[in-house]
Design a protein around this ligand. Structure first.
Ligand code: PLP
Length: 973
C-alpha cells in the first residue's frame, strides 16, 4: 500500500530515478549537489536524517494522553512518519469533537451566516475556483476577474462610493489601510487620527499597533454623542452601526471631519447597508468593513474578505488589488487588474500598501451570495435579521430589561445590573453565545442563521417570556430617516440567477474561462503552486471548525486550540525557531509582524534608533513595503553578477549605518532560485553589527527537512502556508503567513486581547486572535499525512523537478543563475533577454503563447525584468514537466522563425497569442495555419484544449479609461 507521500509527490520513485539519471545524477544526490557545503554542515542533507527537530518515536496520536512533556500530554513535536488520509481525517474528527458548536450571537463584526449550498459546493469546494492563481494573466482569468468585479460592484453599490477594491485581509486591517490612505491623501503635517469610541475593539487594537509603528497618534472620541474632534486630525473613523449596535447618522461626524480638514472613513456593516443610507450618501471619503456575513463561515475568525471603497479622486491611492475593464486585441470587453503601478510588486517601498495575497476566494463567495440573492433577497435578509432583533428587544423590554440604544440593526445591548455574567452563562447553558459587554450589560447579535428557537433560548436566559411583540413582524428598530431609498445592485448579473439552475451554470461558465491547477501545471516561481489534496481540505467545511465565533469561550474551542498548538509546534520544528504566531493573514502581514518584533526587541534594549532595514535588490516587493509599514528606513543592497547578495556592498552599507542598523531581510533560497553559499557570512555580519536577520520564508519549499532558518542564522521569518504547506491559492487568497522567531523575539510577536490563550506580545496585526483558523486544518493534515520524512522527500522531489526542468529548458534558453555545483534550488530563472535581442519576441509574447499550448505562464519579470521564473513543485510528474519543456522549446523555435524573417514581426503566432476559438471563425489571413495557432503541440492535444475566452488584453487602455464596476451588457455586443 502506498502512502499519501506517493500521491502528493508527482514522480513515482522509479520516475524520480529516471529524472535524476537524465540530469546525470541519482535522486538521493540532487539535494547534496544543490545545497552548498556550508549549509549542509550547518543543517543537514539527504541521507543523513532530517535536521528538523522531529519526534523520533511514535506518532502524535499514539502519544495522546501519554502525559509526556507537552501541556496536555500530546506531542507538539513534528511526527517522524506520516499517516494515511483516513487516519489524519479520524484525528481531525477527534479534534473537531473537542469544539462545541454553539449558536454564535456575540456579534462584534462576526455574524452567524448561511452559506448557500450552491456556493459551498460550486465555489468553496470546487478546485476550478480554489486552485487558481492571482489573476495577473488576464486572458486565462476572466472568470474570477468577473467574479471580483461583481464583488467590487456589490461593495461600491452598498457603500455608495464609486471605486471598490477586490478585497482586503479583514475589517481591522482594512481600517488600518484606510488610516494610512487618509494620511497619504491629506499630505499635511498632522499625525492625529480619531477613532470612534464605538468602533470594534479589534479594529481599535489593530489601529493602535499600526499607528504606533509609523508615528500616528490615535485619539478616541464618542462620535455618536457629538464629542468634538481634536485639533487638525488627518482622518476620522466612524463605526456604522457601532459595536454596541447603536445606529446613528454618521453625517455630523463626517461633516466635522471635513471641517477639520480630515478624511472621513466609515466602517460599515455590509448587510445593514442594504437598508441604511450609504456612507457615500453621508459624505464619507472611504468605507471599510467585512463581507463575512455574505455567506462566509465564521471559521473561528477567518478567512473572510474585508472590503474598501473610496470616493472619486482616491482610486490611485487604493491599497490592494483592483479589477478594471479593458479591451482585448479584437476590441472585445475584457477584465484585468487595474492601476498595478500602485502595488508593492512595482512600487516597492513607495507602494500604497504591502498587500499581495488577499482574500479572493472569500470575495468570490460574498459576491456570489449577492448574485444568488439579488437586491430584493438581500433586503429581505436584512429586514428579517433586523426584525428578529427588534422583536427580541421588545420581548426583553416587556420583561423589564431595557435596551441601551433605541435604534439598532441586528445587535441589542441590554442592561441587567450586576447580572450580565449570569445571563451569559444561562444562555450558554441553552446553547447560545452572548457578549458580556461589561458586568451590567449583555450584547446580543442576530445573524441570518439565527432561528426563533435561538431567540427563545436568549429570552429564557434573561428569564423573560416569549410572545411579547410577536405581532410586530416586519418592523425594525432602524431610524426611518436613515433608510436608504436609492437603487442597489441594478446590474443584470444580480437579477438573472434566481433559480439554482441558472446559478450553477453561471458559476460553471465563469470557472470554465479560467486556467487553474485542475487543468495543468502552473509553474509560477516563488508561488509554489503545489497539489491541494482533497483530503486536506475536507475538515474546513465541518461545522465544528467552520461555525465557531473568534471570541467563543475557551472551553468551547479546545479542538481549534489544540490544532493550533500542534501546528505551531510543528512549524517551530521545521524552521528551527522557538515560537510561532499563526495570526498574520498573509505573508506580507507576517513580514510586518516580524519586523515589528525586531523593532520591539531593539526598543526593549534601549536601541529604538535601529530602524534601518537592509534589503537586497532582488527582494520581493512586499519586503520593502512591509519595512516602511513597520516604520523602518529601507536601504537597498546590490546583488553581484552571480545573483548573490554583494558581500562588499553589504559590508559597506552595514558600516555606513552602524548603530542605526535594525535588520536585514533576505530570502532563502534566494529569489534567484539558488541556495546562496554566503548566507552564513551574511547573517553573521549583520549580527556582529547588532542587527537582526529576517529570513523571508516564501521559498521554504526548497528547505523543509533539509535545513532550518535557525541553522542559517535567522532570527525571525514568515512562512506562506498557501505556498509551502498546501493551502490553495484561491485565485489570490486566502493565505496564512505565520511569523516564527527565536526565543529572544518571542515576547514581541503578535498578541490579542480576546485570545482564548493569551500570550505576551505587541498587540494584534489581524482582527482575529488566530488569524484564519478555518483553513488551518489543511496545513495540519498536509504535515500530518507526510510526517518529517515525507516533507523531506517532497523537498527533494521539488528540487529534483526544478533541476530536471532547468536541464531541459537549458537546451533552448540560458538559465540565469545556478549554485556552486551547477544546480538550482526549487525554481529557476529562464533568461529571455537574448531571445528578444535576437528575434524581437518579448517575455509577454512567450507567456501568452504558452496559453495556446495549454499552460499557465510562469512568473514574469520577477525578480529580473525580461525573464520567466519557473517552479514546477514536487507535485508535477515527468509527463507534465516534459509537456511544458516541449512547449517552451517549440516556442523557442517559433521565435527563431520570427527572427529569421519567416514570419513578419507583427503577424506571427507569438504576437497574436493567445488565440481564441472565435478567431478561427473569421477570415484567416495570417501567414500560419489555424491548426498552428490553436493546436501547436499537435493532434494529441485537442481533447484537453483550453480555449482562452479573450485575446491579448490591452493593459494601458483600461488604466486610461478606468472602469471598476460591472460594465453594462451592451459592452459585450
Ligand atoms: C509570496 C511572497 C511574499 C508575500 O506573501 P503573500 O502571502 O502574498 O503576502 C513575500 N516574499 C516572497 C519571496 C514571496 O514569494
Amino acid at each position: 500500500m502506498t502512502g499519501f507521500a506517493d500521491r502528493h509527490i508527482g514522480p513515482a520513485p522509479d520516475e524520480r530515478a529516471a529524472l535524476a539519471e537524465a540530469i546525470g545524477t541519482r535522486p538521493g544526490l540532487v539535494m547534496d549537489e544543490a545545497l552548498p557545503d556550508a549549509i549542509r554542515a550547518a543543517g543537514g542533507a539527504a541521507g543523513d536524517g532530517a535536521p528538523m527537530r522531529a519526534d523520533a518515536g511514535a506518532d502524535a496520536a499514539e502519544r495522546a494522553g501519554g502525559g509526556g512533556g507537552a501541556r496536555d500530554g500530546r506531542a507538539r513535536r513534528l511526527p517522524r512518519h506520516g499517516v494515511s488520509e483516513a487516519q489524519a481525517l479520524a484525528e481531525l474528527r477527534a479534534l473537531a469533537a473537542e469544539n462545541t458548536v454553539l449558536t454564535p450571537m456575540i456579534g462584534l463584526g462576526y455574524s452567524d451566516a448561511v452559506t448557500p449550498a450552491v456556493i459551498q459546493r460550486n465555489v468553496f469546494e470546487n478546485p476550478s475556483w480554489y486552485t487558481a492563481y492571482t489573476p495577473y494573466q488576464p486572458e486565462i482569468s476572466q472568470g474570477r476577474l468577473e467574479a471580483l468585479l461583481n464583488f467590487q460592484t456589490v461593495v461600491s453599490d452598498l457603500t455608495g462610493l464609486p471605486v471598490a477594491g477586490a478585497s482586503m485581509l479583514d475589517e481591522a486591517t482594512a481600517a488600518a489601510e484606510a488610516m494610512l490612505l487618509a494620511r497619504r491623501a491629506v499630505r499635511g503635517q498632522s499625525d492625529v487620527f480619531v477613532v470612534d469610541a464605538d468602533a470594534l475593539p479589534q479594529t481599535k487594537a489593530v489601529l493602535r499597533v499600526r499607528a504606533a509603528a509609523v508615528g500616528i497618534e490615535i485619539v478616541e472620541r464618542d462620535l455618536a454623542a457629538g464629542e468634538t474632534l481634536p485639533d487638525a486630525p488627518f482622518g476620522v473613523l466612524v463605526q456604522y452601526p457601532g459595536a454596541s449596535g447603536r445606529v446613528s447618522d454618521p453625517t455630523p461626524a463626517i461633516g466635522a471631519a471635513h471641517t477639520a480638514g480630515a478624511q472621513a472613513i466609515v466602517a460599515a456593516d455590509i448587510l445593514a447597508l442594504a437598508l441604511l443610507r450609504s456612507p457615500g450618501a453621508c459624505g464619507a471619503d472611504i468605507a471599510v468593513g467585512s463581507t463575512q456575513r455574505f455567506g462566509v463561515p465564521l471559521g473561528f475568525g477567518g478567512p473572510h474578505a474585508g472590503y474598501m471603497s473610496v470616493r472619486q479622486g482616491l482610486e490611485r491611492q487604493l491599497p490592494g488589488r483592483l479589477v478594471g475593464v479593458s479591451v482585448d486585441a479584437d476590441g472585445r470587453t475584457a477584465y484585468r487588474l487595474a492601476l498595478q503601478t500602485r502595488e508593492q510588486h512595482i512600487r516597492r517601498e513607495r507602494a500604497t500598501s504591502n498587500i499581495c495575497t488577499a482574500q479572493v476566494l472569500l470575495a468570490v463567495m460574498a459576491a456570489m451570495y449577492a448574485v444568488h440573492h439579488g437586491p430584493d433577497g438581500l433586503r429581505a435578509i436584512a429586514v428579517s435579521v433586523a426584525g428578529r432583533a427588534h422583536r427580541m428587544a421588545q420581548a426583553l423590554a416587556a420583561a423589564g430589561h431595557a435596551h441601551v440604544h433605541a435604534e439598532f440593526f441586528d445587535t441589542v445591548r441590554v442592561r441587567v445590573p450586576g447580572r450580565a455574567a449570569d445571563v451569559v452563562a444561562n444562555a450558554r447553558d441553552r446553547g447560545v453565545l452572548l457578549h458580556l459587554a461589561d458586568p451590567d450589560t449583555v450584547g446580543i447579535s442576530v445573524g441570518e442563521a439565527t432561528t426563533d428557537a435561538d431567540i427563545e433560548a436568549v429570552l429564557a436566559a434573561f428569564g423573560a417570556e416569549d410572545g411579547a411583540g410577536r405581532d410586530t413582524a416586519g418592523s425594525t428598530a432602524l431610524p426611518p430617516e436613515l433608510r436608504r431609498d436609492d437603487e442597489i445592485l441594478a446590474h443584470p448579473v444580480f437579477h438573472e440567477h434566481r433559480s439554482e439552475t441558472a446559478m450553477m451554470r453561471y458559476l460553471k461558465r465563469l470557472a470554465d474561462r479560467d486556467y487553474a491547477l485542475d487543468r495543468g501545471m502552473i509553474p509560477l516561481g516563488s508561488c509554489t503552486m503545489k497539489l491541494n489534496a482533497a483530503a486536506t481540505l475536507q475538515a474546513s467545511s465541518w461545522a465544528e471548525f467552520a461555525r465557531i465565533h473568534p471570541f467563543a469561550p475557551v472551553d468551547s474551542v479546545a479542538g481549534h486550540l489544540e490544532l493550533i498548538d500542534q501546528l505551531e509546534g510543528w512549524l517551530a520544528d521545521i524552521t528551527g525557531y522557538d515560537a510561532v504566531s499563526l495570526q498574520p493573514n498573509a505573508g506580507s502581514q507576517g513580514e510586518m509582524a516580524g519586523l515589528l518584533a525586531i523593532r520591539g526587541y531593539h526598543a526593549s534594549r534601549g536601541e529604538s534608533g535601529r530602524d534601518v532595514c537592509l534589503i537586497p535588490s532582488s527582494a520581493h516587493g512586499t519586503n520593502a513595503a512591509s519595512a516602511v509599514l513597520a516604520g523602518m528606513r529601507v536601504v537597498v543592497v546590490a546583488c553581484d553578477e552571480r545573483g548573490d547578495v554583494d558581500l562588499a556592498d553589504l559590508r559597506a552599507k552595514i558600516d555606513e549605518h552602524a548603530s542605526g542598523l535594525g535588520a536585514l531581510m533576505i530570502t532563502y533560497p534566494s529569489t534567484h532560485g539558488v541556495y546562496e553559499a554566503g548566507v552564513l557570512d551574511i547573517t553573521e555580519a549583520v549580527h556582529d553589527a547588532g542587527g537582526q536577520v529576517y529570513i523571508d520564508g516564501a521559498n521554504l519549499n526548497a528547505l523543509v527537512g533539509r535545513a532550518t532558518f535557525g541553522d542559517l542564522g535567522g532570527d525571525v521569518s514568515h512562512l506562506n502556508l498557501h505556498k509551502t504547506f498546501a493551502i490553495p491559492h484561491g485565485g489570490g487568497g486566502p493565505g496564512v503567513g505565520p511569523v516564527a522567531a527565536k526565543a529572544h523575539l518571542a515576547p514581541f510577536l503578535p498578541s490579542h486581547a480576546s485570545a482564548q490563550r493569551p500570550r505576551d506580545g505587541i498587540g494584534p496585526v489581524a482582527a482575529a486572535p488566530y488569524g484564519s483558523p478555518g483553513i488551518l486544518p489543511i496545513t495540519w493534515a498536509y504535515i500530518r499525512m507526510l510526517g518529517a520524512d515525507g516533507l523531506a522527500a517532497a523537498t527533494d522531489a521539488a528540487v529534483l523537478n526544478a533541476n530536471y526542468l532547468a536541464s531541459r529548458l537549458g537546451e533552448a534558453f540560458p538559465i540565469l543563475y545556478r549554485g556552486e555545483r551547477g544546480r538550482v534550488a526549487h525554481e529557476c530563472i529562464v533568461d529571455l533577454r537574448p531571445l528578444r535581442a535576437e528575434t524581437g519576441v518579448t517575455v509577454d509574447d512567450v507567456a501568452k503563447r504558452l496559453v495556446d499550448y495549454g499552460f499557465h505562464a510562469p512568473t514574469m519579470s520577477f525578480p529580473v525584468a525580461g525573464t520567466l521564473m519557473v517552479e514546477p513543485t514536487e507535485s508535477e510528474d515527468r509527463a507534465e514537466l516534459d509537456r511544458f519543456a516541449d512547449a517552451m522549446i517549440a516556442i523557442r523555435a517559433e521565435a527563431a522563425a520570427v527572427g529569421a524573417g519567416e514570419w513578419p514581426a507583427d503577424d506571427n503566432p507569438l504576437v497574436n497569442a493567445p488565440h481564441t476559438a472565435e478567431s478561427l471563425t473569421r477570415e484567416w489571413a495570417h501567414p500560419y495555419s489555424r491548426a498552428q495557432a490553436v493546436f501547436p503541440a499537435g493532434p494529441a492535444q485537442p481533447a484537453a484544449k483550453y480555449w482562452p475566452p479573450v485575446a491579448r488584453v490591452d493593459q494601458a487602455y483600461g488604466d486610461r479609461n478606468l472602469v471598476c464596476a460591472c460594465p453594462p451588457p451592451e459592452a459585450f455586443v
